[in-house]
Design a binder for this molecule. Structure first.
Ligand code: 1KN
Length: 448
């Protein structure tokens, strides 16, 4: 291995209570909200085909025109209690809010910048009421923070000369001050979700990112921060130059999911997902495929089955309301979660051989394993192959509690016959298992 000072400081996952809590929540809501919601992907009658929150970088959008948008930001229909209630009904257990995206506009009245909500017609802090409402609804809040800040005069993508280095140093102080300010203002938040850390100016100062992470942990012990914050002293990101994960969980799964358990290397991880193909902030015209409830449920279930968290993104409009499609998704997902949430919360990798009908999820630390069925075979018979020394002692349909009688078809191999082959949403079956040397025969194994 390479001698590193600013590489990973821990082998394996965090085992403390704050991380165990984050791991148990499994399902989160991302909210991208800011000035970009005002143009909503359109400007002077033209449509920007990129991600709405990147419209400032569009050649058709003069920077000064974008930067003046704060003078119009006035979310008169903002209702944080309603946002929290909708997130709760969807079944989200944590929420990640953009405090400041790449454009540098702060949703809180930071004392380190003029480019904040305090300068807008709205004037008032938006984060405080959100955090209070979500916490009251029993939902944890994490803060998205972009290191890249297109508005700040000292931001440099790369440091080419002494003047750049001096600006870079001032910018690092600014970042540190804003993060400390957020922790001081919002002590109930549970973590930071960093973004915008790909530029050389950041990548080439692994020492600063390492010290910053440790500084934030010292201010707020237990804080959960993903792998995207840091670089090691060789500029390696997410995984240090010895291939060890930095931060508390792998944070690279953006708009993509691991295929199998081998892709996550035993690390905690989280996937963040957009409803349309690639829009985080509000875009008036969603192009391409918009994901359905069942598609999103499959991503959520697959993530949990592979020991990860899944976060679905929402982009509220400039007035503070959600578009209809997003409201309908929250309702549809919530209806399934209300009945089947037990299979998601505290869910972990089951360690059973994957089958075509769907995904296994083990309730953390128990012998209870859920089967979440997405693909019912024409036979209606769901194959279950258990590891050696594990056998089945019970099976039931989670929603109806109807008992199922698995048919033993081979050594540790069963068919579970579904009562009916038609359903328009995923079916959850609860398996009770026993594992061990001198276990009594599972209930469904024929007496010898
Ligand atoms: C260079 O490619 C990207 C892609 C997405 C991002 C940001 N990360 C997502 C979580 C959104 O905030 C998106 O703007 C930044 C750069």
């Amino acid at each position: 291995t390479i001698a590193l000072i600013h590489g990973a400081h821990r082998m394996g996952n965090r085992t403390d209570a704050d991380m165990a809590r984050w791991r148990s929540l499994r399902f989160g809501q991302f909210i991208h909200w800011g000035l970009y919601a005002i143009p909503g992907g359109e400007w002077n009658g033209k449509t920007y085909n990129g991600a709405a929150e990147w419209i400032r970088s569009w050649k058709e959008m003069p920077h000064e025109d974008y930067d003046k948008l704060y003078r119009q930001f006035n979310p008169v229909n903002f209702n944080p209690q309603q946002w929290a209630a909708q997130a709760k009904s969807m079944g989200a257990k944590y929420m990640i809010i953009t405090t400041k995206h790449h454009d540098g506009f702060c949703l809180w009245p930071s004392k380190y910048s003029k480019y904040t909500i305090a300068s807008s017609p709205w004037k008032k802090d938006l984060l405080g009421p959100m955090i209070e409402a979500y916490n009251k609804a029993g939902i944890d809040v994490h803060l998205y923070f972009s290191i890249i800040d297109w508005n700040h005069p000292d931001y440099r993508a790369s440091l080419k000369n002494a003047a750049d280095s001096a600006a870079g140093k001032r910018f690092q102080v600014f970042v540190k001050n804003q993060l400390a300010e957020l922790l001081q203002r919002y002590p109930t938040i549970k973590g930071f979700w960093f973004d915008g850390t790909w530029d050389d100016s950041w990548k080439n100062d692994g020492a600063f990112s390492d010290e910053l992470e440790q500084y934030l942990q010292s201010l707020h012990p237990g804080l959960v921060m993903g792998s995207r914050l840091r670089a090691d002293e060789k500029g390696a990101r997410h995984f240090d130059s010895n291939g060890r994960l930095m931060g508390d969980y792998e944070q690279g799964w953006e708009r993509k999911l691991p295929a199998t358990i081998d892709d996550v290397h035993g690390n905690d991880w989280e996937a963040v997902m957009t409803v349309p193909e690639n829009q985080w902030g509000y875009h008036a015209k969603w192009a391409g495929h918009v994901k359905t409830v069942n598609e999103i449920l499959e991503m959520l279930v697959k993530s949990v089955s592979l020991n990860g968290n899944f976060v679905l993104n929402f982009g509220p409009k400039a007035d503070g309301t959600y578009r209809t499609e997003e409201q309908q998704l929250m309702t549809g997902i919530g209806q399934w979660m209300k009945v089947n949430g037990d299979a998601i919360y505290n869910g972990t990798y089951a360690g059973f051989e994957k089958q075509d009908w769907g995904y296994y999820i083990r309730k953390a630390g128990t012998d209870s394993v859920y089967m979440v069925v997405f693909n019912i075979p024409v036979s209606g018979s769901l194959r279950v192959k258990l590891p050696a020394r594990t056998s089945l002692t019970g099976a039931s349909v989670l929603q109806s509690n109807a008992t199922l009688t698995p048919e033993l078809i081979g050594r540790n191999e069963y068919f579970i016959h579904l009562p009916n082959k038609t359903t328009d949403s995923p079916v959850v079956i609860l398996l009770k298992t026993v594992t061990g040397e001198n276990k009594e025969k599972g209930s469904f194994e024929k007496a010898k």
